[in-house]
Design a protein around this ligand. Structure first.
Ligand SMILES: [Zn+2]
Length: 129
């Protein structure tokens, strides 16, 4: 069953249950996850996300999810999904073009000349080295 996601108490409670569990979240595809409960043999669930306009939905095939309850599997996958979404946005953000040779020369010409100040020459048995 599709469950609308929002930053509310049920999401906070589900996230708390997720943190108290040992859940393995695997990315199958964008918005498509496999969540395994490492404390419960055979407990593997499919979690998917969908977007409709500004509304976001999660879906999990566990017993709670089928009843429309925001389960810990959705909360765990949502945390991973937020990272995936941010990675996608970062990848789409164009990196600035490197400076041209002309720009680099101009920057070098504008930079102050480096004049190191050396300590006095050391002396060895009275002889300056
Ligand atoms: Zn679930």
């Amino acid at each position: 069953m599709r469950i609308e996601l929002a930053e509310n108490d049920s999401m906070a409670r589900a996230a708390k249950r997720a943190r108290a569990s040992r859940l393995l979240v695997q990315v199958l595809a964008f918005r498509n996850y496999r969540v395994t409960n490492l404390k419960k043999a055979g407990a593997v669930y499919a979690v998917t996300f969908s977007v409709e306009g500004t509304r976001r939905f999660g879906n999990c095939d566990c017993v709670a999810g089928e009843r429309g309850v925001l389960c810990k599997h959705i909360a765990a996958a949502a945390a991973r999904h937020i990272c995936a979404a941010q990675e996608m946005i970062a990848a789409q953000t164009a990196t600035p073009a490197p400076p041209t040779a002309q720009e680099m020369h101009a920057a070098m010409d504008a930079a102050p000349v480096f004049k190191p100040t050396l300590p006095p020459a050391p002396k060895f048995r009275g002889v300056e080295l």
